[in-house]
Design a protein around this ligand. Structure first.
Ligand SMILES: [Ca+2]
Length: 489
């Protein structure tokens, strides 16, 4: 096959997959042969980060090359929120589009759709198609939020005129007569433990209320295959032109409802099973690229939007069946946390035609993907574009281990933390130290925290009083970054 001028790029983005959840990062009770194979043909970063410990802000950074706290709307969104990426804002997808790549997003969006009040029964005014994607096939938010339908480009797939969809996230406006998890628990096939007490879809109660759109409702158990099929179609159709695919998996986010093939495939229950399913999806993508002869022409990034959580609102026995598995590996905390377990995730870059395999200890972040890819495909960024994305191309391709010096991370509610070289500084924050629902340490403390990851990767020893010199530097650096307009110069 003729070698293309510019490589294809596939970003495979898992949802709530932890640093220790895959084999090549130390998991022994969950087998991930396909992700491990990807790692064996690329660079695995030990200090690869999402910018935030929750979905929306991390995704915002990946796509815009901007820290999420620059946009006050970049926090966990409801399923009926407006698109928080303005249509005139540069995105990584538009950058690829400008370079002549075909672009698509398949899977979880969770950055909002439409402007103002969205009418799901009409063409949607602001979708991924307005921020740089030629094609989109998505769920609006998450698999535990309504509306539980697929959106293809601007329309809800499978919607019929006689059964319009209505959505509200307000209990005061809940639809009379529609059963909910709170009022009709006898209708549930999967009980909720917290949060998920509204609309019942496929026997599972969700966050938010919806009615109508019966023919358009997704089937949870075939969601993996549905998204995968769309992703493969896109690759197949565009195999002769450069393409950019953002494949945003829904696993292992709740509700964890694997297909029949994977149900019971691990000893860890539903959470292990959906990770096995996720790994299979990765293998289907790489096998297909191989079949098309595109392996050496395609860069694959595999990573996750935030750290792991076991009980995230459904009684799916993720905690009870977890055994000795450490979803965050050696790290402290998990999803929602300011500790490293919230944001440090598997981060693999594979490009068999170009890079050697190896492990890197450089600090790198998903916000850097934008500038790294721009450099690889020879696109010059405007000064105001991707304000926090650093073009660490040699690092990204495993040629050296000179990564970031500074990286601002956030837990929830834009509470920011500074990683600087081997140090992590967490300013004093009010709030609960542990989220009792999820049993995750959030990192809140009225005392400032300083950790030396070189000696203490698990962030067990707060040395704030021993190193006031470092605290002073980090506190001032964090404030300097937060008050500036950009960090890429
Ligand atoms: Ca997530």
């Amino acid at each position: 096959m003729r070698k293309k001028q510019s490589p294809n790029v596939v970003i495979i983005y898992a949802d709530d997959l932890g640093f220790g959840d895959v084999g090549c990062y130390g998991a022994s009770d969950i087998h991930t042969p396909n992700i491990d194979r990807l790692a064996s043909r690329g660079v695995s970063f030990n200090h690869g980060y999402a910018t935030a410990a929750t979905c929306t802000p991390s995704r915002y950074s990946l796509l815009t090359g901007s820290y999420p706290w620059r946009n006050p709307q970049a926090s966990i969104l409801a399923g009926d929120s407006s698109n928080i990426i303005p249509s005139d804002m540069p995105t990584i997808a538009r950058m690829f589009q400008t370079a002549g790549h075909r672009t698509a997003v398949v899977g979880k969006w969770h950055l909002g759709l439409g402007k103002d009040d969205i009418d799901w029964n009409r063409p949607i005014s602001s979708t991924p198609n307005d921020v740089g994607f030629d094609e989109s096939f998505i769920m609006a938010a998450t698999n535990d939020r309504v509306p539980c339908v697929y959106v293809e480009n601007r329309k809800v797939l499978g919607l019929t005129d006689d059964d319009p969809i209505e959505v509200t996230y307000d209990w005061e406006k809940a639809f009379p007569g529609e059963p909910t998890g709170r009022t009709n628990p006898e209708l549930l096939r999967l009980d909720y433990s917290h949060g998920h007490d509204a609309a019942i879809i496929n026997g599972v109660s969700r966050i938010g209320h919806m009615r109508g759109g019966k023919a358009a409702l997704w089937d949870d158990e075939s969601m993996a295959e549905t998204f995968l099929e769309r992703a493969l179609d896109f690759i197949n159709v565009n195999s002769k032109t450069p393409f950019f695919l953002y494949y945003a998996l829904h696993q292992p986010h709740v509700p964890r409802l694997p297909s029949k093939t994977f149900k019971g495939s691990t000893k860890l229950g539903a959470r292990g099973d959906v990770i096995a399913e996720l790994d299979w999806c990765v293998g289907q993508i790489t096998d297909n690229l191989e079949r098309l002869g595109l392996t050496e022409d395609t860069i694959i990034v595999f990573t996750s939007d935030n750290g792991p959580v076991l009980n995230d609102g459904y009684k799916d026995q993720a905690e009870e069946l977890n055994g000795q598995h450490n979803p965050a590996g050696i790290l402290r905390g998990g999803k929602y946390s300011m500790f490293d377990g919230g944001t440090r995730v598997p981060f693999i870059v594979s490009w068999p035609g170009r890079i050697n395999s190896g492990i890197s200890d450089a600090i790198i972040c998903q916000v850097d993907l934008y500038a790294c890819f721009a450099s690889i495909i020879n696109q010059v960024l405007n000064a105001e574009e991707a304000p926090d994305s650093l073009p660490l191309v040699s690092t990204f391709l495993g040629e050296n281990e000179i990564g970031r010096t500074d990286l601002v991370l956030e837990g929830t509610k834009a509470k920011t933390v500074l990683r600087r070289n081997n140090w992590v500084y967490i300013p004093p924050y009010e709030g609960r130290s542990i989220n009792e629902n999820t049993n995750i340490e959030l990192g809140n403390s009225l005392e400032a925290q300083l950790y030396d990851l070189r000696l203490d990767a698990g962030q067990q020893k707060n040395i704030v009083s021993e190193r006031p010199d470092i605290v002073k530097i980090m506190s001032s650096r964090l404030n300097e970054i937060l008050s500036g307009e950009r960090t890429r110069y």
